[in-house]
Design a protein around this ligand. Structure first.
Ligand code: S3P
Length: 182
């Protein structure tokens, strides 16, 4: 876990695997903190003018990661945001640097079973539209887990907590974090 003392802008960045509840939690967290909600996937869709599945089929995962990098750059110098990010954002080293320079980074961690169960409710994640989604989750998680750890200031296990419970705990942590000299 990254624990270097640094002067961070007042933003919260939620990272973690697909279907760990980042977007829902961002919406639950923001009002209590008086922050805006920003979702990098939404920004990408707006910028490209097409859904994520179309972006992946037209420019591939690499093209999508380029867009992720661009929208993160656009957020630099803004404050008071809860930023929900796509699950693969940490796969680019430059993105990890950008995320860490944007504020306090919270990693939402979930078990494979919970991810599979939650992800099965939608089919808009191209990387999980495979013959064996469990295997895809396991393989991607194995590649990414150390990257989440590297990017995060704090890790929270989300399996057994509602977004309201998570929001309460994270808001407390954030207030402490921003009042201390990070
Ligand atoms: C991705 C996660 C998705 C979205 C895209 C790629 C990934 O976001 O950015 O489908 O590589 O893990 P969510 O984590 O919000 O599902």
């Amino acid at each position: 876990m990254a624990n270097m003392i640094r002067k961070t802008p007042v933003n919260l960045i939620l990272i973690g695997f697909m279907a760990t509840g980042k977007s829902t939690l961002a919406k639950a967290l923001a009002p209590g903190l008086g922050f805006d909600v920003v979702d990098t996937d939404d920004l990408i869709v707006k910028r490209a003018g097409k859904p994520i599945t179309d972006i992946f089929s037209e420019v591939g995962q690499d093209g999508f990661r380029d867009l992720e990098c661009e929208v993160l750059r656009d957020l630099l110098n803004r404050e008071r945001m809860v930023i929900s990010t796509g699950g693969g954002i940490v796969t680019r080293a430059a993105n990890i640097e950008l995320i860490r320079s944007l504020g306090m980074v919270i990693w939402l961690d979930a078990s494979i079973d919970v991810i599979i169960e939650r992800a099965s409710k939608s089919d808009d994640r191209p990387l999980l539209n495979t013959d064996d989604p469990r295997r895809s989750v396991e393989e991607l998680m194995a590649k990414r887990i150390e990257l989440y750890r590297e990017a995060a200031d704090e890790c929270i296990d989300v399996d057994d907590l509602s977004s309201e419970e998570l929001a309460y705990g994270i808001a407390e942590s954030a207030r402490f974090w921003f009042s201390a000299s990070h």
